[in-house]
Design a protein around this ligand. Structure first.
Ligand SMILES: [Ca+2]
Ligand SMILES: [Ca+2]
Ligand SMILES: [Ca+2]
Length: 603
C-alpha cells in the first residue's frame, strides 16, 4: 500500500521538520475500494526534539522520612498491600489510574453466531476469560478495562470511517446486545471505552452525502473548495479530493472526509454524540482517535492552536456530562508534543508511543538504558503516570513478531511495561503470543482460542484467514501451561492489581553492574517494589544494583518474592536512603523476571 518512495519522502520530511511533523495514528489502511492515497503508519523516528536526558529522581526527603517512621510503627505487611481492587466498579472518578485495559477488535475476538465475524455476544461469552469478577479465582486475565475499536456502522472492516455515530455496526449485533455487554462487563468490574474517530466520517455518512449539495445545511460540515488549494499533507499525501467539480478536504484518504470543526454545528453534534454514548448508553469513556489533526489552520494541518483549544473545551464538556468519564488520546508523535495534551487538560491520558518504541528497541538491542531513559523522560514530561503504556496496538506489527518470534522476549516486554507507572493497554492476543506482520489487517486477525478448526473463534470460515501458528499459540494450550506467556501476563496483571506501587507509584531506575539488566524501584506510600529483568539469554551471576535517590530511611529490609520462589537477601538501605552493590539472589536466569516487595525487617 505504501511505496518505498513515499516512505522515503516522509522520512525526509520528518527530518526537515521534526518538531511539528505528524505521525498519524490510526486507520492507516485502505478499504477494498480503489483509493490511492496511502495512509500506512509511519514509524516514529528517534526523539530528536528534546535531547533525552536522564534525571536524578527527586523525592522530598522529609516526606519519605515521615512516611516511613509511620510505617515502621505500623508494621509493614507482605503483599498484597491495602489496595486490592473490588470485583465491581469503583466510585473513584479517576478509576482509570487503577485500570489495566485490554484492546479488542470486535470483528476478530469471538463469533457467537457462526457468520465468521466477531460480535458483542461473542465478547460477552468470553468476558470470564478477561475477568470473571471474582477476586478469589485466578484463571482469568484480571484486566478491568476494555477499549473497543470502532463499533459504529462503517463500510470498512476497521470501522474508523463512521456512517452513523448513533448506531452500532449490525455485523457486531444490536444496540441491546451492546448494552448487555456493558452490563455484563460492569458486573465484573470492567469499564468499557469506545474508539471515537472525531476527525472525519465515512463518505457514506448522510452528513457528507448532503454536504455535496452546495445549498445544503450540511455544506459547511465539511471543508470544500471550488478550486484545488494545491497543498498536500505532512507526508506529501493528497488531501484535496475532487468531487462534482469541486474539492473536499480529507486528511487520511478520500474515503474519510474531515469534519469542519470551525463550524459550531459540528461541535454541537459531536457533543450530542458524546452525551449519547456516555449518558444514554452508559459507556465509561473514549479512546480519541488522531486528535492532533482535528482543526486545520490554512495549510497547517496538525497540532494547531485551534485543535488544542477545541480539546480543552471538549474536556470540560465531557467531564460535565460525567465527571468520571475518561479519554485517552492518540497523538503518534514525540512525547514533547504529546505531553501538553495531558498537562493542559485536553485528555485524561495520552498514549506513550516513544516508550513503546524504546521497550522494543531496548529488548532487541539488549540495552536497558534505552528503556530507562524513556521511562525517566516520561516521568519528566507527563503529569504523574498520566500516559498509556503499551508495546504495540492495532496499527503496529505484533509484539512477538517485532521480537524475533521469541516468546521469552515477549515475556520480558510484558514484565517491563506491566510494571511501569502509567495505564497499561494490552492488545488482544498479545498475551498468547499472536504474531502479525504488516499490513494492518494481518495484525488484527481472529483471536486464537483453541487448536480446533478456526481456532475456536468461529464454527465457520472467519472473515480473515487465521494466523498459521494458532495450533501452537492459543488460550486453551496456554491456560494449561504454568510457564506460558498467558500465565506470565496473568501473574503480572494480578501483581499490578494488588500493588499500588505499580499503578500509582513513583518510578526510579536502578543502575546495575551488568549491562543486560533492566531494574526499577517503585514507591507508593508503604508499597515498595523492586523489579529486575534480564534482557539477555544468559544466566548472570553478578548483577549488583545501585540506587542513589533517597527511597527509604536507612536500615535493613526484607524482600518478599512476588513472582517466583526464591529466598532473597535482605536489602540494606544506606545513610543516603539508597543502596549500593545489592544483589538479592545468587543469579538471574536468561530472560528472567524478578519482582520483590520491600518490607520492614523488624516490624
Ligand atoms: Ca458473528
Ligand atoms: Ca478472578
Ligand atoms: Ca481535521
Amino acid at each position: 500500500m505504501s511505496s518505498i518512495s513515499s516512505k522515503l519522502a516522509r522520512k525526509t520530511l520528518l527530518i526537515v521538520g521534526a518538531l511539528f511533523l505528524f505521525l498519524c495514528g490510526c486507520h492507516r489502511e485502505l478499504s477494498t475500494k480503489t483509493y490511492v492515497t496511502s495512509s500506512t503508519p509511519i514509524i516514529p523516528t528517534t526523539a530528536t526534539i528534546i535531547k533525552e536526558k536522564t534525571r536524578t529522581p527527586t523525592l522530598t526527603p522529609t516526606t519519605t522520612a515521615t512516611r516511613f517512621i509511620e510505617a515502621s510503627t505500623q508494621t509493614l505487611t507482605p503483599s498484597p498491600t491495602s489496595t486490592a481492587l473490588p470485583g465491581n466498579l469503583s466510585s473513584d472518578a479517576e478509576w482509570w489510574q487503577d485500570t489495566t485495559f485490554y484492546e479488542i477488535f470486535v470483528r476478530s475476538f469471538y463469533d457467537s453466531d457462526a457468520d465468521g465475524i466477531g460480535d458483542f455476544n461473542g465478547i460477552i461469552q468470553k468476558l470470564d476469560y478477561l475477568n470473571d469478577g471474582d477476586p478469589s479465582t485466578s484463571m482469568d486475565l484480571g484486566i478491568n478495562g476494555i477499549w473497543l475499536m470502532p463499533i459504529m456502522p462503517s463500510p470498512t472492516t476497521h470501522g474508523y470511517d463512521v456512517i452513523d455515530f448513533y448506531q452500532v455496526n449490525p455485523q457486531y449485533g444490536t444496540m441491546d446486545d451492546f448494552k448487555e455487554l456493558l452490563t455484563q462487563a460492569h458486573l465484573r468490574g470492567i469499564r468499557v471505552i469506545l474508539d471515537l474517530p472525531l476527525n472525519h466520517t465515512s463518505v457514506e455518512n448522510s452528513w457528507f452525502i448532503q454536504s455535496q449539495d452546495p445549498q445544503s445545511h450540511y455544506r459547511d460540515w465539511y471543508i470544500w473548495s471550488s478550486t484545488d488549494p494545491g497543498y498536500r499533507g505532512p507526508w506529501n499525501q493528497v488531501v484535496w479530493h475532487p468531487l462534482n467539480g469541486e474539492y473536499f478536504y480529507g486528511f487520511f484518504w478520500e474515503g474519510m472526509p474531515d469534519l469542519n470543526y470551525k463550524n459550531p454545528n459540528v461541535t454541537d453534534e459531536m457533543q450530542n454524540v458524546t452525551r449519547f454514548w456516555l449518558g444514554d448508553v452508559g459507556v465509561d469513556g473514549f479512546r480519541l482517535d488522531a486528535i492532533g489533526d482535528l482543526i486545520e489552520e490554512g495549510s497547517q494541518q496538525i497540532e494547531t492552536p485551534a485543535t488544542h483549544h477545541w480539546l480543552r473545551d471538549f474536556y470540560q464538556f465531557y467531564k460535565g456530562v460525567n465527571p468520571a468519564a475518561f479519554t485517552v488520546g492518540e497523538v503518534w508523535m514525540d512525547n514533547a508534543i504529546v505531553a501538553p495534551y495531558v498537562q493542559n487538560k485536553e485528555v485524561d491520558l495520552a498514549f506513550n508511543f516513544d516508550l513503546s518504541a524504546s521497550i522494543l528497541r531496548g529488548i532487541n538491542e539488549i540495552n536497558p538504558g534505552i528503556i530507562t531513559a524513556e521511562v525517566l523522560r516520561s516521568k519528566d514530561l507527563f503529569p504523574e503516570g498520566r500516559y498509556g503504556v503499551f508495546v504495540t496496538n492495532h496499527d503496529m506489527e505484533r509484539v512477538i513478531t517485532q521480537l524475533g518470534h521469541n516468546p521469552q522476549k515477549a515475556k520480558i516486554a510484558a514484565s517491563i511495561y506491566l510494571t511501569l507507572p502509567g495505564v497499561p493497554f494490552i492488545y488482544y492476543g498479545e498475551e498468547i503470543g499472536m504474531s502479525g506482520i504488516a499490513p494492518d489487517e494481518q495484525c488484527r486477525l481472529p483471536m486464537q482460542w483453541t487448536s480446533d478448526q478456526y481456532a475456536g473463534f468461529s464454527t465457520t470460515t472467519p472473515w480473515k484467514p487465521l494466523q498459521s501458528d494458532y495450533a501452537s499459540a492459543n488460550v486453551n494450550l496456554e491456560q494449561a501451561d504454568p510457564l506460558s506467556l498467558l500465565e506470565h501476563y496473568r501473574k503480572l496483571v494480578s501483581l499490578r492489581n494488588n500493588n499500588a506501587a505499580f499503578r500509582k507509584g513513583e518510578v526510579f531506575a536502578n543502575t546495575c553492574g551488568d549491562q543486560s539488566i533492566f531494574s526499577t524501584t517503585l514507591l507508593y506510600e508503604k508499597n515498595v517494589i523492586l523489579v529486575i529483568v534480564n534482557l539477555s539469554d544468559r544466566a548472570i551471576k553478578k548483577f549488583p544494583l545501585n540506587q542513589n535517590a533517597k527511597i527509604l530511611p536507612a536500615g535493613s529490609y526484607d524482600l518478599v518474592d512476588l513472582f517466583v520462589t526464591s529466598h532473597p537477601a535482605p536489602l540494606e538501605i544506606n545513610s543516603s536512603g539508597g543502596f549500593e552493590n545489592f544483589q538479592p539472589v545468587d543469579q538471574i536466569q536468561g530472560y528472567e523476571t524478578l519482582i520483590f516487595e520491600v518490607v520492614s525487617a523488624n516490624p
